[in-house]
Design a protein around this ligand. Structure first.
Ligand SMILES: *Cc1c(COP(=O)(O)O)cnc(C)c1O
Length: 221
């Protein structure tokens, strides 16, 4: 199956209203161009250096999504072009994204990455940490970021019941935060969850953005 065939098949499966972020980390510019030529415009990367160098070689109408852990000192490098950061996991990072977006006279779409897995290694905020950010005095003044929703990664396991339960937790967090903080903010509307192995389930549980790499490009070496 070609990249184009995989993409076409996936797009048929994904309901309208669910965004497909094609995860192109480790993939070549030529492979990304195959997806681009098939009409795809949203791509996800998880390393600042990698997305910077790819951006320079690829068409300007690509919407780049940063999906990996982002160090504060790397924000500056991507702030002139990154459209979305899915991985906001501290107030400090959000402050820096806002600061760099302001310097570039841009607005960067942000998702708060919430910790839903049982693994110790995953990054993310718990509900209290999220509330602390949203209630912090600095938050209201940030005019160059927009919190558009939440992102989460389920535990790396074959146990579908565990994954479904974690997606439900994220969906519940979203509903609670929406009603407590974003009732008058229609743009707080995204739940970024679901990857190649679990996107169908994520969509059933309310995902609005799926991040898919392997099912399109094949496995990463
Ligand atoms: C790599 C990655 C994905 C895509 O994973 P696949 O299994 O290749 O679809 C999605 N989200 C994040 C945060 C990733 O790092």
């Amino acid at each position: 199956m070609s990249i184009r065939d995989n993409l076409t098949r996936l797009l048929k499966e994904i309901p309208q209203g669910v965004k497909l972020v094609v995860v192109s980390k480790t993939k070549s510019v030529a492979e990304i161009m195959e997806a681009y030529d098939a009409g795809q415009r949203m791509f996800g990367e998880n390393k600042a250096q990698e997305v910077m160098s790819k951006k320079m070689l690829l068409p300007g109408d690509i919407e780049w999504h940063f999906i990996g852990h982002l160090q504060t000192n790397k924000v500056r490098q991507i702030s002139s072009f990154i459209h979305w950061v899915h991985s906001i996991d501290s107030l400090k990072l959000l402050v820096e994204v806002n600061r760099q977006a302001m310097k570039n006279k841009r607005i960067i779409h942000c998702l708060l990455q919430m910790y839903i897995a049982t693994e110790e290694t995953k990054f993310g905020l718990d509900l209290n940490e999220t509330k602390d950010i949203l209630e912090s005095p600095g938050f209201r003044g940030m005019e160059n970021i927009r919190i558009d929703g939440l992102m989460g990664m389920a535990t790396f396991t074959c146990d579908k019941a565990v994954i479904r339960k974690e997606f439900r937790i994220l969906r519940n967090y979203f509903n609670r935060l929406k009603s407590d903080y974003f009732q008058e903010t229609p743009s707080f509307s995204e739940i970024s969850m679901g990857m190649s192995s679990d996107y169908q389930m994520a969509i059933e549980e309310g995902s609005t953005m799926v991040r898919i790499g392997t099912a399109i490009f094949g496995s990463r070496s």
